[in-house]
Write a new protein. Structure first.
Length: 573
C-alpha cells in the first residue's frame, strides 16, 4: 500500500461512518459492534452466504476499516478488483508465499499499517501447516490488540473445521475460542462463516452478538435454527430465496428478514458456467511491504539451511562418537583382563604387590608383543592372499588355454581321420616318415593337455561368507556378541542380512531386513560383532556400511585359542 493510500485510509478512518449498509432496503449495522463483536454467517451452498460476507467486507473497506479474512477455498481474491488488499498464502497467485514465521509481521501490517489482508490457506497441502499459521496470526493479533485496542475484525471461512461441535479443540481452535471470548474487550472481533451450523460448536454460536441465517434445508441444520431462533424461523428458513436471510442482533434484540445487496467486486467463488470468464485487473499493494515479508522468508531459508548443516555435522559427530565408544570398549576389555590376572596372581601363596605388578607388566608386554606379531602375520597373510589371487587368475587363464587345446585336439583328430579317408578314396598315402612325425606331434600335444589338466589345484580362494560364519571360532565370537547386544535376534539379523546381500550393507538396510523402524539396536549389535572382529565397518557415500571380516579368520581362531589357554591358566591358579 502506497503512502498516499495510507494517508487516504487514515482520512477515511477519521471520516468513517458509524454504520454500514448491507441490504437493498437500507438495513444498517453499527460498525463498532461488527468490528469488535462475535458474528456468524451461515447458509447452504448457493444461498448467498459468501456474497453476504463479501458485502460486509466491502462496506468496512469503503469506510476505511481494514480486516483480515482467512480464505479456505481461495474465493475472495476478487476483492482486489477494487481494493488494495494484501493477498498472502501458499499459491503462486498470491502476492507472497508465507509461513508461520510471518505471523507476527502479518498482524503488524494489519493493525499498525491498516492494510487489509486475505490469508488464503487453500494452497497448503498439509492442513497442520495451515492450522498452525492461523493460530499464530490469531495469537499475534490478540497480543497486539491488548495494547492498541483498535477495532478490528478477523473473518474465518469454514469455521466448523477449526471450532467443531464434535470432538476436542486443537491448539488452533483453542486460540480462536480465546479470541471469541476475550477479544471484544481489546477491540478484536471474530466472524465465523460456515454452511454447516450443526457442525459448529454450540457455545460459539450462542455467544455471538450478530448472526446471519441464509437458506438451510438439512434437518440437523434446521434443528440449530429451531434452538437459536425458534420453530417458526426453522420452518421458514428452508424457503428463503438467494441472498435472503434472517438477521439476529443483540444490540436491538430483534430478528428481521432482509435481502442482502450484491457485492461490487468480482465473484471468484461463483459456480463455473459454460462461458469463459475474464479475470479482472487486480490492484497491487506496495512493493516495500512485499520486501519486508521477503526479508522474513529469506531469514527463514537461511535458518533452515543452517539447521540442515548442523544436523549433518551432528550426524558425523555421532558416528565419530560411535567409533570412540568402540575403542573405549576394546580398552575396557583389555583393562578387565589385566584386572583378572592381577586378582588371580594376588591369590598365589607368597605373592606380594611388587611381584604382582611385575607379573602384570610382563603379561602386558607379552600381550603387546603378541599384538605386534599378529599384525605382522596379518600383513603377511594379506600379501599371501594377493599372490594367491594372482595365481588364481593365472590358473583360470591356463584352464581357458586347456579348453582351447582340447578343441584343437578334437579338430586335429577329425582332420587326421578325414585325411586318412581321403587318401584311401584317392588311393593316396603319405610318406611313412611324415606320418610318423605327425603322430609324434599329436602325442606330444595330448601329453601337454593331460599335464595342464592335472596341474596343481586351485588354492587360496577366499573363504565364502557361509564358510566363515560356520567356523567354530567365529561361532563362539558370534555367541559372545549375542550376550552383549540388546537382543540375539539383532546379531543374527546383521549376519543374515550380509550373507543374503553378498555385499556390505548399511544400518538402514539391516533394520529393513529385521523389519524394525529404528537402527539404534542395529548399531549395538554391529558394535558387539565388530569388537570381536566378526564384522568390520567402513564409509560409503557418507553412510556406515558393515561387512563380514573374512580376512580376520586367523585372528579369531588365535583369540579363541588364547582364551582357552587363559581359562586353563586361571583354573590352574
Amino acid at each position: 500500500m502506497s503512502v498516499e493510500s495510507q494517508k487516504q485510509n487514515e482520512k477515511q478512518r477519521m471520516e468513517s461512518p458509524e454504520t454500514i449498509v448491507i441490504s437493498n432496503d437500507g438495513t444498517q449495522l453499527p460498525v463498532v459492534e461488527v468490528l469488535t463483536g462475535r458474528g456468524f454467517i451461515t447458509g447452504k451452498s448457493g444461498s448467498g452466504k459468501s456474497n453476504s460476507a463479501g458485502v460486509l467486507i466491502e462496506e468496512l473497506l469503503d469506510g476505511g476499516f481494514p480486516v483480515l479474512l482467512v480464505d479456505t477455498d481461495g474465493e475472495y481474491w476478487g476483492l482486489k478488483e477494487e481494493y488494495e488488499i494484501l493477498h498472502l498464502g501458499a499459491d503462486e497467485e498470491c502476492d507472497m508465499q508465507v509461513g508461520v514465521e510471518h505471523a507476527e509481521k502479518i498482524a503488524q501490517l494489519a493493525l499498525d499499517q491498516n492494510i487489509p489482508i486475505i490469508l488464503d490457506v487453500s494452497g497448503y497441502l498439509d492442513e497442520d501447516n495451515a492450522s498452525e499459521l492461523i493460530k499464530e496470526v490469531a495469537r499475534s493479533l490478540f497480543t497486539k490488540e491488548k495494547k492498541l485496542k483498535r477495532p478490528f475484525l478477523m473473518l474465518l471461512e469454514e469455521v466448523h473445521e477449526y471450532i467443531p461441535e464434535g470432538g476436542g479443540l486443537d491448539e488452533c481452535g483453542q486460540m480462536l475460542v480465546k479470541v471469541a471470548k476475550r477479544g471484544r474487550k481489546h477491540g478484536l472481533g471474530l466472524c465465523g462463516i460456515s454452511q454447516r451450523p450443526a457442525d459448529v460448536k454450540k457455545d460459539f454460536i450462542t455467544q455471538c452478538d450478530w448472526l446471519v441465517w441464509h437458506r438451510l434445508t438439512w434437518e440437523n441444520d434446521t434443528a440449530v435454527v429451531r434452538r437459536v431462533l425458534g420453530s417458526s424461523y426453522a420452518d421458514q428458513i428452508q424457503s428463503l430465496d438467494d441472498g435472503e436471510a434472517f438477521m439476529m442482533t443483540d444490540w436491538n434484540d430483534e430478528i428481521r428478514q432482509i435481502q442482502f445487496k450484491r457485492k461490487k467486486t468480482f465473484d471468484a467463488g461463483a459456480t463455473p458456467g459454460l462461458d469463459e470468464f475474464e479475470r479482472p485487473d487486480l490492484k497491487s499493494v506496495s512493493g516495500d511491504i512485499l520486501d519486508e515479508l521477503e526479508e522474513i522468508s529469506e531469514t527463514k531459508r537461511k535458518e533452515q539451511s543452517r539447521i540442515d548443516e548442523l544436523e549433518s555435522t551432528l550426524q558425523k559427530k555421532n558416528e565419530e562418537l560411535d567409533d570412540l565408544r568402540d575403542e573405549l570398549e576394546r580398552a575396557q576389555d583389555v583393562s578387565k583382563l589385566a584386572e583378572q590376572f592381577t586378582t588371580a596372581l594376588s591369590r598365589v601363596e607368597g605373592g606380594n604387590s611388587e611381584e604382582i605388578q611385575a607379573t602384570v607388566e610382563e603379561i602386558r608386554e607379552e600381550k603387546n608383543e603378541e599384538i605386534r606379531r599378529l599384525e605382522e602375520e596379518n600383513q603377511s597373510l594379506k600379501a599371501e592372499n594377493k599372490k594367491l589371487r594372482e595365481r588364481l587368475a593365472d590358473l583360470e587363464g591356463r584352464v581357458e588355454a586347456v579348453e582351447q587345446i582340447e578343441t584343437f585336439e578334437e579338430n586335429l583328430e577329425e582332420a587326421a581321420e578325414a585325411y586318412s579317408r581321403l587318401g584311401d578314396a584317392l588311393d593316396l598315402h603319405p610318406e611313412e616318415e611324415q606320418t610318423t612325425r605327425l603322430k609324434k606331434r599329436v602325442q606330444a600335444l595330448q601329453e601337454k593337455v593331460e599335464q595342464l589338466k592335472s596341474g596343481e589345484a586351485l588354492q587360496g580362494i577366499e573363504l565364502e561368507y557361509k564358510e566363515f560364519v560356520q567356523d567354530e571360532a567365529v561361532q563362539e565370537q558370534i555367541e559372545r556378541a549375542k550376550r552383549d547386544a540388546t537382543s540375539p535376534r539383532y546379531v543374527k539379523g546383521v549376519i543374515s542380512c550380509i550373507i543374503e546381500s553378498d555385499t556390505p550393507v548399511t544400518y538402514d538396510e539391516i533394520a529393513e531386513h529385521l523389519d524394525i523402524s529404528t537402527n539404534s539396536h542395529v548399531a549395538t549389535a554391529v558394535n558387539a560383532l565388530a569388537k570381536r572382529d566378526v564384522v568390520e565397518k567402513s564409509k560409503r557415500g557418507g553412510k556406515t556400511t558393515v561387512d563380514l571380516k573374512v580376512e580376520a579368520i586367523n585372528n579369531i581362531r588365535e583369540t579363541s585359542k588364547r582364551r582357552t589357554q587363559a581359562k586353563e591358566l586361571m583354573t590352574d591358579l
